[in-house]
Each structure stands twice: as C-alpha cells, then as structure tokens.
Design a binder for this molecule. Structure first.
Ligand code: CAA
Length: 284
C-alpha cells in the first residue's frame, strides 16, 4: 500500500466539506469534487467559516488555517482525481448515485487505491460489487459536525481485506478520530440504534404524548444528550432520517422500523429541518 498523501473527497455537502476540512487540517492534500460550481463554492465557504471558528477558539493558528485552506483544491471533473492515493465518497444517500460514482472511481483511480464511502446505511458489500476491487472498498462513516465529533464507524464489506481495514483504522487516527469496527448490516450500529429512537420520538409527538420541546428537554436534562432527538433530527435532515428508516425497514425486514407517518408528511411538505428553515423547529 502506497503512502497516503492526497485524498479525494466526493461531495462538498455537510459531510464532504467536513471530511475535507479535517483531512486538510491533518496535513493531507485534498481534492474536493462535486458536480456543480455553486456546490463547490458553498462547500469551500463552509470550510473557511469553520476554520475561522477554530482560529477564534484558539484551537488552531491563523497560519494553520491558511495552510489547511490552501491544501484543498476544488475539482468539477472526476478525471482530475486520477493521482489521488485514497478516496472517500460523501454524496447523496442513494444507492444508484453511489454505485455510479464507485464504478467511475474504479476506472479512474490506480488499482491499489482504497475507495471508502461515508454512507450512513447503504451496504458496503453492494458498493464493493460495483468495482473490480471489492477488497479495497470499505465504509468510513463520519459524524456531523465532522470537525467536532470523535467517532468514525469503520464498516467491513463481505470482501474487504484486512489490509484495507488496517489502513483505514490508521487513517482515521491520523485524522484525529477514534475508529470503531462494525460489520456490514443495514444502518450499521449508529443509525440502527439512533434512528428508531428519533422515529419513536416523532410517533410520540404525532400521538400527542408531548410537544417537541418537552421530548427534547427530557433527553437533554434526563439523559445528558447535547441535543434532544427532534432537534437532532432537524440537524441531520428529516429527509435523511426518513431515507435511513426506509433502509432499516427494507434491510432488516422488521415492521418495527416503519417510518412514522408524521415524518413522511413533513418531508413531503419540504420541512427538512435546519437546511430548509423548518422542521420540528423553525430556523432563520
Ligand atoms: N466546525 C468546527 N467546530 C464546530 C462546528 C463545526 N461545524 N460546530 C460546532 N463546533 C464547535 C464549536 O466551536 C464549539 O467549540 P468549543 O467547545 O471549543 O467552544 C463546540 O463545537 C460546541 O459548539 P457550540 O458551542 O456552537 O454549540 P453546542 O455546544 O450547542 O454544540 C454540537 C453543537 C457540537 C452540534 C452539539 O450540539 C452536539 O454534539 N450535538 C449532537 C451532534 C450529533 O449527535 N451528531 C451526530 C449526528 S448523526 C450523524 O452525523 C450520522 C448519520 O449517519 C446521520
């Protein structure tokens, strides 16, 4: 396995720009790739804002922020990723989108390069099967906000090699994170446990058991969660929560994972949480 110097990050959204931020701050060169200039511009602007926040909190120096920013090169064309030593994909949580990207990366990147996905619920084995290198396909699941959260859930697909697994564990540590190993199953561990809790909180609101504010206060004050489940659902995105519940329902096949009708209605209405300005709470 060659030394990793340049990392390709596919997707400049919340997770992708967070991963690019952390990789650049950890001394890697980053090619941040997305399909439209405005998405790249927005991702880079978020990274600049978050680096400035870290400078203002004296977590890094102004010079370190400038070096990290300079290490990130935007790319509109996937062909530009050819020289990268590692790729991590953080695009829309849809199998067909990720499958197309994995087929393309398999063609573009050198045969020994590892292709990781930040998917929060899609099968790593299925993504591996899109490529001619399933031994080098792995899940590397970061948490939002990526610069702050300590965890990387590392998911082995059916064919993921031990060498790939060890390289990714080492990389996660080099990024300042703590890797935790999980096998490939719908929702892995984080979302298999988190999303049913959020979904149950939505059921409780729908049935009039308590207001969103009351539900969240119970978890903040009673269980010391930094955010209650409904504020967290708004933070993650209600559409993302719904997609993950559907993956759990289909992948595990137990009706206990059925998405709450209120969650479905809110997504249908375009109430997606913080990103749309309205979810269980309103945001200005
Ligand atoms: N980049 C860099 N730093 C950031 C940041 C960002 N995007 N967002 C927050 N921070 C830093 C702040 O600067 C602050 O630093 P200090 O402690 O040094 O002052 C710290 O994080 C706390 O931030 P704030 O004071 O602004 O606000 P807060 O105390 O309310 O914390 C929070 C915000 C970190 C988001 C906290 O509420 C939290 O931990 N919430 C839970 C988040 C969570 O559960 N994430 C996982 C979601 S699930 C997921 O991502 C995976 C999936 O598959 C769905």
């Amino acid at each position: 396995m060659n030394e990793i110097k340049t990392i390709a990050v596919l997707g400049a959204g919340t997770m992708g720009n967070g991963i690019a931020h952390v990789a650049a701050r950890s001394g890697y060169r980053v090619l941040l790739c997305d399909v439209a200039q405005n998405l790249l511009d927005r991702g880079i602007a978020t990274i600049e804002k978050n680096l400035a926040r870290e400078v203002s909190k004296a977590k890094i120096t102004q010079r370190q922020a400038e070096e990290a920013r300079a290490a990130i090169v935007p790319a509109l064309d996937r062909e530009a990723l050819g020289g990268c030593d590692f790729a991590v994909e953080a695009t829309t949580e849809r199998l067909e989108v990720k499958a197309e990207i994995f087929r393309d990366l398999d063609r573009i990147l050198r045969a020994e390069v590892i292709l990781a996905s930040n998917t929060s619920s899609i099968s790593i084995t299925k993504l591996g099967a899109q490529t001619s290198r399933p031994r080098q396909v792995i899940g590397m699941h970061f948490f939002n906000p990526v610069p702050v959260m300590q965890l990387v859930e590392v998911i082995r697909g059916l064919e993921t090699s031990q060498e790939t697994f060890e390289t990714v564990q080492t990389l996660a540590v080099a990024l300042g994170k703590t890797p935790v190993e999980v096998n490939d199953a719908a929702g892995f561990i984080s979302n298999r446990v988190l999303m049913p809790m959020i979904n149950e909180a939505v059921f409780a609101v729908m049935e009039g058991v308590a207001t969103p504010e009351a539900v969240d206060k119970i978890f903040q004050l009673g269980m010391a969660h930094p955010m209650g489940p409904l504020a967290l659902a708004d933070f993650i995105g209600l559409d993302v929560c719904l997609d993950i519940m559907r993956v759990l329902e289909q992948g595990i096949g137990d009706p206990k994972y059925r998405p709450c009708p209120l969650l479905i209605r809110m997504v249908d209405a375009g109430w997606l949480g913080r990103k749309s300005g309205r979810g269980f709470y309103t945001y200005t």
